[in-house]
Write a protein that binds this ligand. Structure first.
Ligand code: PMV
Length: 341
């Protein structure tokens, strides 16, 4: 953290990068505290990020939200205001009554369909906590970001990151122990991601709803949760050992197992399209041709392909087709709290 102006409550700006899970988070054990059913493992990317400025308003003023220059009201503003309330519940009484103006900009290639709640809530956690004069360390920031969007806890850190499920027995202990942290990485493990953009539109169904529906109705959910703890442990070992093949195999299996759990929900949640499956075939063909490449998909049809940094150009060139965008991405940095306005 740069620390510039961290003592001066009033305004702060933060930048956070999106992350893609290699071992997925899908399902909460506590909706209010945003405690996940399992641990997850991710890679923070350089290419997509959110810059958020929070400026305190006068006592009693309502919160204001601006996204990419446009004033936003309705559910998006309510979600941000609830998050600010959480911050305000921890601050000095003379600041707790002040509303805030939140200005947020997403730097993602236009129409890439990758606007991310992970980078958004990590940036908001950094900027809001600083503007309201809270001095949070990285772990505390990760726990705070988690309350906005689970995956945001991971965007507090750069590179490979684990988000611990935390204590499963007791919610209070779980709240303290469910945070993200950066992972030790074997020297020489240089990875990249090719992001295949198939659909840039909004999600059919928000991940929050789809997750809750999967937990409530999918007979495969318990199997998914059990398998995921083992996959998270395996991914940590693979990252520490520099074993990209093992990591890639775990990542592709985790994504497909997550989608299987939602396909078994009643009614099914289906984000993958025929085009997603076509990309999976192409990734398999790359592997058959000797190129290490593994696919992962989130709450949408887009496919992200993990590979060695040295293979990125070839993977991008192979997956590019008429009318299909493929964006190269590399590991990105953790949250930066850059300045006060
Ligand atoms: O944090 P949310 O509510 O946006 O959920 C993220 C869910 C997935 O992207 C599908 C998986 C993950 O671990 O990021």
């Amino acid at each position: 953290m740069s620390g510039i102006g961290r003592d001066a409550a009033g305004a702060a700006r933060a930048v956070a990068h999106a992350n893609i899970a290699l071992v997925k988070y899908w399902g909460k054990r506590d909706e209010a505290l945003m405690l996940p059913a399992t641990s997850s493992v991710s890679l923070t990317l350089d290419a997509f990020y959110t810059t958020t400025t929070v400026t305190l308003l006068a006592e009693g003023e309502p919160d204001v939200l601006e996204l990419d220059g446009a004033r936003v009201t309705g559910p998006a503003l309510s979600k941000v205001a609830r998050f600010l309330d959480l911050v305000r519940s921890q601050v000095d009484p003379e600041l707790a009554g002040r509303g805030a103006r939140v200005h947020s900009r997403n730097d993602v290639p236009t129409g890439a369909g990758l606007a991310s709640s992970a980078s958004a809530f990590a940036a908001l956690a950094g900027a809001a906590s600083t503007a309201y004069g809270l001095r949070l360390d990285r772990r505390e920031l990760s726990r705070l970001a988690r309350r906005g969007s689970g995956s945001a806890s991971r965007s507090v850190f750069g590179g490979f990151v684990v988000w611990h499920a935390g204590d499963l027995q007791d919610p209070v202990a779980g709240d303290l122990t469910s945070f993200a942290e950066p992972l030790p990485v074997a020297e020489g493990l240089a990875v990249a991601m090719a992001v295949v953009v198939l659909d840039a539109g909004p999600k059919k169904i928000a991940s929050r709803e789809a997750m809750a529906h999967t937990v409530a109705t999918s007979p495969y959910f318990p199997a998914w949760a059990e398998r995921t703890e083992a996959d998270a442990a395996g991914a940590l070992e693979a990252i520490a050992a520099g074993d990209l093949t093992r990591l890639g195999e775990i990542a592709e299996a985790s994504a497909l197992t997550m989608h299987a759990s939602m396909l078994a929900a009643r009614p099914a949640v289906r984000y993958l399209t025929a085009q997603s499956v076509a990309v999976l075939d192409e990734v398999e063909a790359l592997r058959a041709a000797g190129v290490g490449a593994w696919a992962t998909m989130d709450a949408g049809p887009n496919v992200k392909v993990l590979c060695a940094a040295a293979d990125l150009e070839r993977v991008v060139a192979t997956l590019r087709r008429e009318g299909r965008r493929v964006l190269p991405a590399r590991p990105g940095p953790g949250l930066r709290i850059e300045t006060t306005a």
